[in-house]
Unconditional design. Structure first.
Length: 49
């Protein structure tokens, strides 16, 4: 098992974590009712009716 020999700087840690970000989910309008839904998923409002 690897054991850290030296402490990583804040800059090095931040450079590694630049890709750790959240992305907003893509939403499309439902052609039937016009509400927003996830693409390639059944519309929850149309399915409840």
């Amino acid at each position: 098992m690897a054991v850290q020999q030296r402490r990583n700087s804040k800059t090095r840690k931040a450079k590694r974590r630049t890709h750790f970000k959240l992305t907003a989910p893509t939403l499309v309008k439902c052609p039937t009712c016009g509400e927003y839904k996830m693409p390639h998923h059944a519309c929850p409002s149309c399915q409840a009716k």
